[in-house]
Design a protein around this ligand. Structure first.
Ligand SMILES: [Zn+2]
Length: 284
């Protein structure tokens, strides 16, 4: 019996580490730990043991770094081997235009992936509401792909002079995500993380547009601001999702700290499991 779905898990195998380039050492330093590689099958075993499912996200910044991403086929293969625990997301670089649109279609139709992301507007240097990217959101919407956007401050580049050149302005929820959510009402969007320092904007977008979800990944729950906890327990209880952002935060740590928050049992079940089941049409 599945107890929870971790909506935001990064691969950290040899392929993923290679695709991170200089960010692997930088993130390791910033978060105070550099993790050894873990194969996707080993990761699947860990989630199976915890009786949890995991959404494996992919990531790219090929346009700014020149480093090719982990092929989406690599994620899809891992999902095929572990369909009981994995849901897979593919990734595209929006700047690749037609190539990105075609890859989104291939992710859905050929690879059986369920979403796109984690797209990181900061690292990929794009405003999601730029009309040049609208064919991509339209394709995602048409194919039922959930799109997961990183929001707010990011670990990538953090603590280095110039933040490795990444600009935070792209990661602001209003107007960039809000516009996309308004113009593609059928598109399901996940705003990842509490979007600090724009948490209120993220809450407002999710409150206003029912196609927007917030994942609580990348932050230790013991540091969640009171307002976030309150919204997650009340008016946004149907649209907030458990995510760890592993390897940044270990899901066990996330869950034990989350258990300490004053959230009603009914909201807790929704956040940990039921909202993700509804989003992906999973019938347990
Ligand atoms: Zn992120």
């Amino acid at each position: 019996m599945i107890k929870a779905i971790d909506i935001h898990v990064h691969g950290h195998d040899d392929e993923a580490i290679k695709a991170m380039g200089a960010r692997n050492a930088q993130m390791g330093k910033y978060f105070g730990k550099e993790l050894a590689p873990v194969s996707l099958d080993e990761l699947a075993d860990r989630y199976r043991e915890k009786e949890m499912m995991a959404v494996i996200v992919n990531s790219t910044d090929v346009t700014s770094s020149g480093i090719p991403p982990v092929p989406n086929d690599h994620i899809a293969d891992a999902v095929r081997r572990n369909p009981d625990v994995f849901i897979g997301f593919g990734v595209v670089d929006p700047w690749q235009g037609r190539v990105a649109v075609d890859e989104a279609k291939r992710c859905a139709e050929e690879l059986g992936l369920r979403g796109l992301g984690e797209l990181n507007p900061g690292r990929q240097a794009f405003y999601p509401n730029d009309p040049r990217f609208y064919p991509l959101w339209e394709s995602a919407s048409d194919h039922g792909l959930v799109v997961l956007f990183h929001g707010g401050m990011m670990g990538s580049g953090a603590g280095t002079p110039g933040g490795m050149g990444f600009k935070l302005k792209y990661t602001r929820p209003i107007p960039y995500l809000d516009d996309v959510a308004a113009d593609f009402p059928q598109l399901k969007i996940i705003a990842a993380h509490p979007s600090w320092p724009w948490q209120e904007e993220s809450l407002a977008v999710a409150r206003h547009k029912s196609n927007v979800y917030i994942d609580l990944s990348g932050w230790a729950p013991k540091y969640f601001p009171e307002q976030l906890v309150h919204y997650a327990d009340t008016i946004l209880q149907d649209r907030v999702l458990f995510g760890s952002d592993w390897p940044v935060i270990d899901p066990d740590r996330w869950l034990s700290e989350f258990a300490e928050l004053g959230i009603r049992e009914s909201s807790r079940r929704k956040i940990l499991l039921e909202n993700a089941c509804a989003l992906f049409g999973i019938n347990l």
